[in-house]
Unconditional design. Structure first.
Length: 82
């Protein structure tokens, strides 16, 4: 959590820890039970960031291995770019 916030959510580091199945970006979950799967224990504790997010259009993909570049482009320049 400290590493993410100290870099101001810098997307240059996206995917370094858990990979980028859907491309570089900020991933949020509606339940902490999903997010805690990506935490690591430090001194007997695990940390989560609690964020309030405002969402725009949903960019849904049910592909097992989506084209990461296509997904990123659709978010940065396509109809899903807000």
């Amino acid at each position: 959590a400290q590493g993410i916030t100290s870099a101001d959510f810098c997307l240059n580091f996206a995917g370094n820890n858990a990979g980028t199945l859907y491309g570089r970006g900020i991933y949020l979950a509606e339940a902490c039970t999903k997010s805690d799967e990506y935490t690591q224990e430090t001194d007997g504790e695990r940390y989560l960031l609690l964020c309030r997010a405002t969402l725009g259009r949903i960019n849904y993909s049910d592909e097992a291995r989506p084209d990461v570049n296509e997904l990123e482009e659709s978010c940065l320049k396509g109809r899903y770019h807000c």
